[in-house]
Design a protein around this ligand. Structure first.
Ligand code: MN
Ligand code: MN
Length: 418
C-alpha cells in the first residue's frame, strides 16, 4: 500500500455530510436518516473518515444515524439470509439462521431451502415442530401421521405446511422451476445438520439386523447400504416424480390416507384486517388445526403506511421479510430503544411484550411474516387500548389534548392509516 497523497487525505477528512451521504447512497438519504432538531450539528459530529463498509452501512441507515428517540444499546434484533452460509449440493441448497447466528431468538430458528425440479430433501424427522411457507415454485410433500396414515400433497407459492415433531416427512421440487421455501422451527437451537436422515440411520444399523428386519438375505442389502454416503444423502437429484394421484394411490393402496390436513391454502384466505394502510392475514391453530406450536401473521403495508404501535402479550415475534423496505424500532423498557432496517431476505425479532411498529420506508409494498411459538396469534394495539379508557385518565398520563385523543384510531387495525 502506498502512502496517502495529500489530496486523498483532504478528501478523507472532507465534510462529514458528504461522507455520510456516500455511505447512505445520497445526500438526501443522509438528511432523511437523521431528523433531530440539531441535524446540522449532529451530521458534522458524525464524521467518519476511517475505513468503512459502505454497502452494509447503506443497508442500515437507522443504525448509522439513529433517530434521536433511540437510546441505549439493546441486543441486536436484525439478521439476514444474505449473509448466511449456504450448503449447496446437487438437487438444491439450504441456509439457516438459528441461535448461533442470531442469539436473541432462543425459541425460533428459520431455514431457507430450494430444490430443483426432482430435487429431494431426504426422508427425515426431528425433535422440533416444522412450519413452512412456499416462497416460489412448486413442491410435493409426504408425511406419515402418528396413527400410521400417509398424507401427500402438492404446493404452490404462499401455501403452508406443518409437520409435528417426530413425524417422518420429505419435500421434492416439481416442474417447471422447482421450489424455494422458508422453514420455521419451535426451538432456536434447531439445526439442519441435526435431523434424523433415513439413509444415515440405516447405514449405521448392523447389516444382519437390517436383513432380519426386512426379511431378506444379507447379500441383497450390503451393496446398497455400503453405497450410501457418510452423513446421509440429505439433498439429492432425482427425476421429477409422476402425478400426485399416482403417488397417493401407491402410498394408500392398503389403508386410508391421513385424516389430518398438514397443508393450508393461504391464498384462499380473506385478510382478517384490511385498511388503506395495508392488510393482515392470520393463520394459527384456530384455522390450521395441526399448527399447534407456530402462529403466523402475513402483513402487507403500503408505501408510507405503518404496522401500528403494538405488542404481543405471550410470545416472542420472529420476522421474515418477503419484500419492500422498512424500519422497526423496538422499545426494551428503561428508556432503551433501537431502530433497525429490513428488506427481503432479512430476519427481525421482537421479545414478547416489547412495544414496536414497522414502517414502510420504500416505494413498494412492504410484505413480511410475523411468527410466534404459540398456538394462537395475539397482539395488543396501543391505539385500541388508549381509546378504551376514561379520556381524562389517558390525558393525565401523556399530557395530550382532547383534540389529539379524538384523532386516535379507535381500534386494532393492524395497519394505518385506516
Ligand atoms: Mn423437516
Ligand atoms: Mn408485532
Amino acid at each position: 500500500m502506498s502512502e496517502r497523497t495529500p489530496d486523498e487525505s483532504q478528501r478523507r477528512s472532507a465534510d462529514a455530510f458528504e461522507i455520510a451521504s456516500a455511505a447512505l447512497g445520497s445526500p438526501e438519504a443522509a438528511a432523511r436518516a437523521y431528523q433531530g432538531p440539531d441535524a446540522p450539528e449532529m451530521i458534522r459530529a458524525a464524521a467518519n473518515p476511517g475505513p468503512k463498509n459502505l454497502a452494509m452501512m447503506g443497508l442500515q441507515p437507522d443504525a448509522y444515524f439513529p433517530p434521536p428517540t433511540d437510546h441505549g444499546l439493546p441486543q441486536n434484533f436484525w439478521q439476514s439470509y444474505g449473509m448466511a452460509h449456504r450448503r449447496v449440493q446437487p438437487g438444491g441448497w439450504t441456509n439457516q439462521l438459528n441461535v448461533s447466528d442470531f442469539p436473541i431468538s432462543t425459541d425460533i430458528a428459520g431455514v431457507q431451502m430450494a430444490l430443483t425440479p426432482g430435487g429431494i430433501r431426504e426422508l427425515h424427522w426431528h425433535v422440533q415442530d416444522e412450519w413452512a411457507i412456499m416462497l416460489a415454485g412448486n413442491a410435493r410433500i409426504t408425511i406419515l401421521d402418528g396413527d400410521g396414515h400417509m398424507f401427500i400433497d402438492d404446493l404452490a407459492q404462499n401455501d403452508l405446511w406443518y409437520f409435528p415433531a417426530g413425524f417422518p416427512h420429505s419435500i421434492q421440487g416439481l416442474n417447471p422451476q422447482g421450489c424455494e421455501f422458508l422453514l420455521v422451527f419451535d426451538d432456536g437451537r434447531f439445526s439442519e445438520e441435526d435431523t434424523t436422515l433415513v439413509s444415515d440411520w440405516l447405514k449405521h444399523v448392523p447389516r444382519e439386523v437390517l436383513a432380519k428386519n426386512w426379511g431378506v438375505p444379507i447379500d441383497k442389502i450390503v451393496p446398497a447400504m455400503d453405497s450410501l454416503p457418510g452423513g446421509g444423502k440429505y439433498i439429492f437429484q432425482e427425476p421429477v416424480p409422476p402425478s400426485l394421484e399416482a403417488a397417493r394411490a401407491a402410498a394408500n393402496r392398503d389403508r386410508s390416507p391421513s385424516s389430518s390436513q398438514f397443508t393450508f391454502r393461504f391464498k384462499d384466505l380473506k385478510p382478517q384486517r384490511e385498511d388503506r394502510g395495508g392488510r393482515v392475514h392470520i393463520v394459527d391453530s384456530t384455522t390450521f388445526k395441526v399448527a399447534k406450536k407456530i402462529a403466523m401473521a402475513h402483513v402487507t403495508v403500503h408505501p408510507g403506511a405503518l404496522r401500528e404501535l403494538h405488542w404481543h402479550p405471550k410470545a416472542n415475534e420472529w420476522q421474515y421479510y418477503l419484500g419492500g423496505k422498512s424500519r422497526m424500532t423496538v422499545f426494551f423498557n428503561h428508556s432503551q430503544a433501537r431502530t433497525a432496517n429490513f428488506q427481503a431476505g432479512d430476519v427481525g425479532f421482537v421479545p414478547a411484550t416489547f412495544g414496536h411498529y414497522v414502517e414502510n420506508t420504500g416505494n413498494e409494498d412492504l410484505i413480511f411474516l410475523e411468527l410466534f411459538k404459540s398456538d394462537v396469534y395475539q397482539d395488543v394495539s396501543l391505539n385500541d387500548w388508549l381509546t378504551h379508557l376514561p379520556p381524562d385518565f389517558v390525558k393525565q398520563h401523556l399530557n395530550i389534548s382532547q383534540e389529539v385523543l379524538d384523532a386516535i384510531p379507535p381500534g386494532n387495525y393492524g395497519t394505518l392509516p385506516r
